[in-house]
Design a protein around this ligand. Structure first.
Ligand SMILES: *[C@@H]1O[C@H](CO)[C@@H](O)[C@H](O)[C@H]1NC(C)=O
Ligand SMILES: *[C@@H]1O[C@H](CO)[C@@H](O)[C@H](O)[C@H]1NC(C)=O
Ligand SMILES: *[C@@H]1O[C@H](CO)[C@@H](O)[C@H](O)[C@H]1NC(C)=O
Ligand SMILES: *[C@@H]1O[C@H](CO)[C@@H](O)[C@H](O)[C@H]1NC(C)=O
Length: 226
C-alpha cells in the first residue's frame, strides 16, 4: 500500500474541494459549481505503478459502455519500463469475451500532465487519451477518464474500474456519489453500470448469456435514474 500515492490523491481532492469552497458565496449559495472536465484534470505526478498491476473490471461508465464483461489486465513489461494493457469485452447482453485487444504505454507517460495515449492493436481503433484520476489505497477501485479529442468535453468519458467483477452495489453507489461531486464526467444521470456477470468467459461452451444477472444491472440502473 502506498501512503504517498494515497496522499497525492487526497491532495488532488483537497485542491478540488478548495476550489468548490471558494466558489461558495458568503450567504452559502453556490455560484459556480464547476465540475472538472477530463481535459482540465491534472493527474497526480506520483503513481505507484505496481498498484495498477493486476486485473480490473469495468464497473461504471459515463456515457454507457457499448460492451459487457469489460476487463483490463495491467502488467509491467520490458524490465518495468512499459505497461501492457490487455482489454477484453463481450457484446452487450452477452457473456462471451469475443474481443481481446492490447496496448503498450511507457510507465513514465502514466503521470504525464496531459494524460497518456492508449492505442489498441485493432484496426479502426482511435488513439485515446486516458488520465488516472485516482487509485484507491486498498486497490479496490480506480477512477479514470479519457477522450479522443480534448476540444470536445462532451466526447470524453469517465470510467470506474473495480478489483471485483461484481462489486457491492451500495459501495459502488458511494464511489459514484463522491466522484460526481467533483468531476464533469461522472454526472449522476449519465453514469451507467457496466454489464458484468460471473458467467463472463472467453470460452464459447460456458458463455451462455445469463440474462438474470445482466438484467439485474439494467433494472438497477433504471431505478437509479428515476
Ligand atoms: C507500491 O505498491 C506496492 C503494492 O501495493 C507496495 O508493495 C510498494 O511498497 C509500493 N512502493 C512504494 C514506493 O510506495
Ligand atoms: C533492469 O532495470 C534495472 C534497474 O533499473 C537495471 O539495473 C538492469 O540493468 C535492467 N536490466 C536490463 C536487462 O535492462
Ligand atoms: C439488451 O437487452 C435489453 C433488455 O432485454 C434490450 O432492451 C436491449 O435492446 C439489448 N441490447 C442489445 C444490444 O442487444
Ligand atoms: C491484439 O492483441 C491481442 C492480445 O494479445 C491478440 O490476442 C490479438 O490477436 C491482437 N490482434 C491483432 C489484430 O494483432
Amino acid at each position: 500500500m502506498s501512503r504517498h500515492q494515497h496522499q497525492q490523491f487526497l491532495y488532488a481532492l483537497l485542491a478540488v474541494v478548495s476550489v468548490l469552497v471558494l466558489s461558495v458565496k458568503g450567504d452559502g449559495t453556490v455560484v459556480d459549481e464547476h465540475l472538472i472536465t477530463c481535459p482540465e484534470f491534472t493527474p497526480p505526478t506520483i503513481l505507484n505503478v505496481t498498484e495498477l498491476e493486476g486485473v480490473w473490471y469495468g464497473a461504471s461508465r459515463s456515457p454507457a459502455h457499448k460492451f459487457a464483461c469489460v476487463e483490463m489486465k495491467v502488467a509491467l513489461t520490458k524490465n518495468d519500463t512499459m505497461v501492457k494493457i490487455t482489454t477484453s469485452h463481450a457484446a452487450l447482453n452477452s457473456t462471451l469475451l469475443n474481443t481481446v485487444k492490447e496496448a503498450t504505454v511507457d510507465v513514465l507517460d502514466l503521470t504525464n500532465s496531459n494524460g497518456f495515449t492508449v492505442l489498441y492493436n485493432l484496426t479502426n481503433e482511435k488513439p485515446t487519451t486516458y488520465k488516472i484520476m485516482g487509485i484507491d489505497a486498498n486497490k479496490k477501485y480506480v477512477v479514470m477518464c479519457g477522450y479522443t479529442s480534448p476540444d470536445t468535453a462532451d466526447a470524453s468519458f469517465g470510467l470506474i474500474m473495480t478489483s471485483d467483477r461484481i462489486p457491492d452495489k451500495k459501495w459502488l453507489e458511494g464511489i459514484k456519489d463522491e466522484v460526481s461531486k467533483h468531476f464533469f464526467n461522472f454526472a449522476k444521470d449519465s453514469v451507467v453500470d457496466i454489464q458484468q456477470s460471473d458467467k463472463c468467459a472467453s470460452s464459447a461452451e460456458i458463455a451462455v448469456p445469463v440474462l438474470s444477472t445482466i438484467l439485474g444491472v439494467v433494472y438497477s440502473v433504471l431505478r437509479f435514474m428515476q
